[in-house]
Design a protein around this ligand. Structure first.
Ligand SMILES: Nc1nc2c(ncn2[C@@H]2O[C@H](COP(=O)(O)OP(=O)(O)OP(=O)(O)O)[C@@H](O)[C@H]2O)c(=O)[nH]1
Ligand SMILES: [Mg+2]
Length: 458
């Protein structure tokens, strides 16, 4: 990672400005051959972190290519921790790629996706969980997603994990002392004390593991599947929630053949709604494929919106639906409330085994606000205040769960008075998993996986 990389850091296309970022030991020399400041100051002599106005020159022709602003950062006080130069030019696709080409001609290499952030990690500017939070800030689609990503970026998760890590290191140190000086092995009381430390650390780890459901919903949104037999108004409800004519609606049962996914925001959470093909007995061949996808969407969802047509008596297709959603977390909806209702909600709830049914009209808009409220409540599971730290990534959940398991074994071995060697093995496993989240212990493959999600120039 000793070479110098460059990329256009702003999105492709036309805009107000474009930013070309150069990072590495040659950043300043490269910029010097291309930039002429208005006052004649050389790039190497520019004050750091100050904006400087000038021209970007093509050295071959001596002609100006663009009027630009240039900012210089000196290692280690930059995003990557290396010397960095940013060139802010006019936001044209052609002019920005021309400037980038000139920079590359001077010896910089085109940066890979996420390479600036990866360098920041390698140079110790960010730990791995913070680097992941950079991507989460960029992809955040709701206030909750943004708030939790920013908390991680600021190091709140890192701080917590480091504290847990350090507590375990202290226990390990005592075990190792006992291994090195067996004649002074640990006494019963010392072991009890260590076990207490392990258990209280493990309680904290469990809290983090348990926060994942909530954290994932903050980061990725709540996934909701609209399911019901044909013609009950699933697609109409999707359109009503989106306030847009997104899905085809007709009076013919079997209109929707494929799943259709859209996002809406409810307050500070985003919700992914999946409209599905109606479930029914004896479908035709196309519908059969559609129904397979409905089942898949149902399995992938956090919550099923189970829709019935309240203006018609239940039939065998509704019975089939009730079976399909038996094990799902669900919300029951009685649609077409603008028509005379023939289904008794209480009887239905007993059959579906759900606590509450909402009556609504997808076409008239009645009951939609109550549905939005219910969706919001399900997303937060009733928790609207007293926010604490949550984890938002499956990678973190897995590592924490494995640490938790290993610590369970440590605790058990301490109680059973097993040998210190054996206990230390499990404790090291727990440390490795915790350290893996922060990038204390990491493998290149993991880094490749994490940074591939980034855009070029970040
Ligand atoms: N009166 C009334 N009609 C509705 C309501 N919601 C939907 N409909 C009508 O019911 C019919 C079917 O609506 P869709 O939204 O296509 O139903 P669907 O569940 O998506 O049907 P499939 O895609 O075939 O499974 C259409 O004629 C809608 O206009 C409602 O709240 N009230
Ligand atoms: Mg439909």
């Amino acid at each position: 990672m000793n070479d110098t990389v460059a990329a256009i850091a702003t999105p492709v296309g036309e805009g107000g400005i474009h930013i070309i970022r150069i990072s590495g030991p040659e950043a300043v020399p490269i910029a010097s051959t291309l930039f002429q400041s208005q006052g004649g100051t050389r790039v190497a002599d520019l004050e750091v972190q100050k904006v400087c106005y000038g021209n970007l020159i093509d050295p071959a022709s001596g002609q100006a290519v663009d009027e630009v602003l240039l900012i210089r950062f000196r290692a280690p006080y930059s995003y990557t921790g290396e010397d960095v130069v940013e060139i802010h030019g006019h936001g044209g696709a052609y002019v920005s790629s021309k400037i980038l080409k000139l920079v590359l001609d001077q010896g910089a290499r085109l940066a890979e996706a996420g390479e600036f952030t990866r360098r920041a990690f390698t140079n110790g500017r960010l730990d791995l969980s913070q680097a992941e939070a950079v991507a989460d800030v960029i992809h955040a689609a709701s206030d909750k997603a943004l708030t939790s990503a920013l908390a991680h970026l600021k190091g709140e998760l890192s701080k917590k994990l480091n504290a847990l890590y350090d507590a375990l290191v202290q226990v390990l140190a005592q075990l190792e002392a006992a291994i090195d000086f067996p004649e002074e092995g640990l006494e019963f009381q010392q072991k009890q004390k260590l076990d207490q430390n392990i258990q209280s650390t493990n309680i904290e780890i469990k809290k983090l593991v348990d926060s994942y459901r909530q954290g994932r919903i903050y980061r990725e949104g709540l996934r909701v599947a609209l399911v019901g037999k044909p013609n009950v108004g699933k697609s109409s409800l999707l359109n009503a929630l989106l306030q847009e004519d997104r899905a085809i609606v007709t009076p013919h049962p079997g209109t929707t053949r494929d799943t259709l996914e859209e996002r809406v925001r409810i307050q500070d959470i985003h919700i992914t709604i999946v409209d599905t093909a109606g479930l029914r007995h004896q479908p035709d061949e196309i519908e059969e494929h559609g129904i397979e996808r409905t089942r898949h969407a149902l399995a992938q969802s956090d919550l099923a919106l189970v829709i019935f047509d309240g203006s018609h008596a239940l039939d065998t297709n509704d019975a089939m639906l009730i079976k399909e959603v038996a094990d799902k977390k669900k919300l029951v909806l009685l649609n077409k409330s603008d028509q005379p209702t023939v289904i008794d909600p209480n009887t239905l709830l007993k059959q579906v085994k759900a606590a509450e049914a909402l009556s609504l009209s997808a076409t008239q808009g009645e009951g939609l606000e109550a549905l939005r409220d219910s969706l919001y409540q399900s997303a937060l599971e009733g928790k609207t205040s007293g926010e604490s730290l949550v984890i938002t990534r499956e990678r973190h959940r897995q590592a924490l769960a494995q640490a938790q398991e290993a610590l369970g074994r440590v605790s058990h071995s301490l109680q059973e008075d097993r040998s210190e060697d054996l206990i230390a093995v499990d404790l090291n496993i727990a440390l490795e998993h915790l350290g893996g989240i922060l990038g204390k212990t990491f493998v290149d493959d993991l880094l490749d996986q994490i940074f591939v999600d980034f855009c070029i120039g970040k």
